[in-house]
Design a protein around this ligand. Structure first.
Ligand code: 1VU
Ligand code: MG
Length: 356
């Protein structure tokens, strides 16, 4: 662990100074594409301006015999595309125990380091994984003469990673955020699921048996309401706390049932309400869902504004529509208003909707 005194010092001579505050840029959807898939890659330039983040994926979902093509494909796309001001370029490198990751880092930072905003690191186990990437990035940035540091995003997809999530979040000033990786995490935890994110019909609670259903009716065997529970609640809540504690951003990850757009929206909304700022989108159909869910509603923004106005100097308590509002509800409203302002700054439709 570095001393607090040198935490913000560059890790290589000539590397750019680490950021003191992670930029709060819109990142409602981190849209995954496979740079080795020509059809998918051809769609990327047309998606600029319609998604907050385009992520060239080099890890899982890219076949082993396509790893080099994916890496080179990302270099070509990054060089040929103008990402403008409203879309960031991220990548997901191969895992740190793979034979490809060193070449991923060397090639990407050297060739397109000035265009890459964030590097997503999969299967992070503890702060030592972030320290490893941190030092190599500093060396490569110095060699490439980069003027701003590339940020790092960890995927929470191992049991050890969850156990160490607070230390991971605070491991480096480069840490931009953390995403939940429910599929690998389920496997690592030996959960008995076979899905990529989302709920499971077997994970439920059941209403208590009725007290008395009359002669001969067994209340235990009688029909009782069941309520499906959220498998990911504990992990998302823990990740959100770790990120908030360290001033970085939490994200939901993949929702693999592409056709079930309704359950996808529910999962995204649960994450939004719990504090996540965005999610991954794996297919174009998920982009509008993420945009809708991770932008506050016009009603919530209007309500937040009314509370702010009613609270005057921000202290004390007032009644509004039969509800008590005080410092704590005002602070929640300010979170909504700040988000609305930030999103409105880069999206004229939202600016008009929110009247910001
Ligand atoms: O209409 P066209 O034929 O011209 O185009 C297809 C397809 O190429 C395109 N498309 C995409 N374009 C941009 N970005 C994408 N992510 C993307 N996905 C598809 O849209 C048109 C319609 O596609 P489709 O409905 O026929 O879908 P496909 O069968 O072609 O592809 C579906 C999958 C799910 C395979 C594809 O969307 C995909 O590979 N998505 C990314 C998956 C990924 O990145 N996985 C890793 C992250 S999840 C993880 O790590 C944990 C499990
Ligand atoms: Mg994974």
């Amino acid at each position: 662990m570095r001393s607090p005194k040198d935490f913000f010092g560059p890790l290589a001579v000539g590397a750019p100074a680490p950021v003191r505050e992670v930029p709060a840029l819109p990142s409602r959807m981190i849209h995954f594409f496979d740079p080795s898939n020509e059809k998918m890659a051809a769609k990327v330039p047309g998606m600029v301006g319609t998604v907050d983040v385009l992520l060239g994926n080099l890890e899982d979902a890219v076949r082993a015999d396509r790893k080099e093509a994916a890496r080179q494909g990302l270099v070509d796309i990054a060089r040929a595309t103008d990402f403008g001001d409203s879309t960031q370029l991220w990548t997901r490198i191969n895992s740190l125990d793979s034979p490809w990751v060193l070449d991923d880092l060397v090639t990407l930072v050297t060739e397109i380091g000035d265009r890459l905003d964030v590097i997503m690191v999969p299967k992070v186990q503890g702060p030592e994984d972030i320290h490893y990437v941190d030092r190599i990035l500093a060396q490569l940035e110095a060699r490439a003469g980069l003027k701003r540091p590339i940020l790092v995003h960890a995927i929470l997809e191992t049991a050890r990673g969850v156990a160490n999530v607070e230390e991971i979040a605070g491991a480096s000033p480069r840490m931009q955020g953390i995403s939940l990786g429910p599929a690998d995490l389920a496997a690592d935890r030996r959960m008995k699921t076979t899905r990529v994110g989302g709920g499971h019909p077997g994970y439920l609670v059941r209403q208590d048996p009725a007290k008395d259903l009359g002669e001969g009716v067994d209340p235990v065997a009688a029909e009782r309401a069941t309520y499906q529970q959220d498998l990911w609640h504990y992990t998302i809540a823990r990740m959100v706390d770790a990120c908030a504690m360290h001033g970085i951003f939490p994200y939901y990850g993949p929702f693999g049932d592409i056709k079930d757009v309704v359950a996808c929206e529910d999962q995204f909304r649960n994450a939004f309400l719990l504090g996540c700022v965005g999610t991954w989108t794996l297919h174009p159909v998920q982009i509008d869902i993420a945009k809708r869910v991770f932008s506050p509603s016009a009603e919530d923004v209007a309500h937040a504004r009314r509370v702010k106005e009613a609270m005057g100097d921000g202290t004390g308590a007032v009644m509004l529509d039969g509800r008590m509002e005080d410092d704590a509800s005002l602070k929640q409203c300010l979170v909504i208003l700040e988000l609305a302002e930030r999103l409105g700054a880069s999206d004229p439709d939202l600016a008009a909707l929110y009247a910001v």
